[in-house]
Design a protein around this ligand. Structure first.
Ligand code: PHE
Length: 338
């Protein structure tokens, strides 16, 4: 009777305690066995009744042992214990790949590097002087509105804004150095535009600057012609159309023969055979002077292009938003490019 109570009250929190239980009750020299030994010595009349009691007791001891074992297995399971299947294959780490805009920027930088252009960078948060005034944008001039600016802080005569183009880096470079300059400025720029398939509030540019003695419009044309031939193939044709930028004079926009139909006419070039890819021009002498450079001695050219646009023409991407949505199905398509 006492043993039955002991078994019912028994509680184990470790495997050792369960083993102690087994050693006390269930092994060859344990209590259950010794009770059965004693049983042999009682009289036949008593055996009937006692036999039943003993069998119930034996079952109690055995089932208690079993449930103690189950309980402890259960607990270690919850604690993330030993029942994990260590032979399951692991989860692989996915490798990323270069973003298409990075691929194209790298390619553009590579082409200009070979022509002796270095890479220059500057801050994305700019002041009015570097983004506008030094670049010959008169105050209150409508050309400022052309670049829908995100202003950050109004400051007497020198507002703080997100740069609208990387021409600001050209100013910083010329202010801080001496000619000759031959550099390209890749970077992110911001414009306050409604987001759609064809416009975004930020995009990426590569601008270029070449200032030295006797730099001419012919240098500009040949440099850019060589650039697009390297990028889109030797059969690429170019044409220049007159344009206007406050910081260049004369200014032009450069078109290339459509990369898809090669000039035959398609929806990309709206059946004209030509697509616009960049703005350019001879650096306005006012800009040189604003940056402390003698405009009688030096001349230069500058150009600027949007990396998104260049990428669209290379990979035919119809929606600008894909570039910043991080959709893995889009990005995977560029995995094999280097
Ligand atoms: N800064 C101009 C733009 O963002 C591009 C440009 C650069 C045009 C240099 C001419 C010369 O639109």
């Amino acid at each position: 009777q006492g043993y039955t109570e002991e078994i019912n009250a028994f509680n184990a929190s470790s495997a050792e305690e369960i083993e102690a239980f087994r050693l006390r009750f269930l092994v060859n020299k344990g209590i259950v066995r010794s009770l059965f030994e004693e049983f042999k010595t009682v009289s036949t009349e008593e055996k009937r009744e006692l036999g039943q009691v003993l069998n119930v007791f034996k079952q109690l001891a055995e089932s208690k042992h079993k449930s103690l074992l189950e309980q402890i297995a259960d607990n270690s399971d919850k604690a993330g214990g030993s029942t994990q299947d260590l032979t399951l294959p692991g989860k692989g780490l996915e490798l990323g790949s270069r973003h298409p805009l990075s691929l194209v920027r790298k390619e553009i930088v590579g082409i200009f590097n070979k022509m002796g252009f270095i890479v220059a960078e500057g801050p994305e948060i700019e002041d009015d002087w570097h983004n506008f005034s030094a670049l010959n944008f008169p105050e209150e001039h409508p050309a400022r509105d052309m670049q829908d600016t995100f202003f950050i802080e109004k400051k007497e005569g020198n507002d703080i804004a997100l740069r609208t183009h990387t021409s600001s880096v050209q100013v910083r470079m010329m202010e801080n150095g001496k000619p000759p300059f031959r550099a390209i400025m890749p970077g992110r720029v911001y414009r306050n535009e409604a987001i759609s398939a064809r416009a975004h509030c930020f995009f990426h540019q590569v601008e270029g600057l070449y200032v030295d003695e006797d730099v001419s419009f012919a240098d500009l044309k040949q440099t850019l012609f060589h650039f697009v031939q390297e990028l889109y193939g030797e059969d690429t044709k170019v044409r220049f159309r007159p344009s206007y930028f406050p910081f260049t004079e004369p200014s032009a926009e450069m078109d290339i023969s459509c990369t898809i139909c090669k000039g035959a006419g398609c929806t990309l070039c709206k059946w004209s055979g030509w697509v616009e890819i960049l703005g350019c021009g001879m650096v306005d002498p006012n800009v040189l002077e604003n940056c402390g450079i003698d405009s009688k001695k030096y001349s230069g050219f500058a150009f600027g292009m949007g990396i998104e646009r260049i990428t669209n023409l290379k990979y035919v991407i119809k929606d600008l938003r894909l570039f910043s949505e991080n959709d893995i199905r889009f990005l995977r398509q560029f995995e094999t490019e280097t």
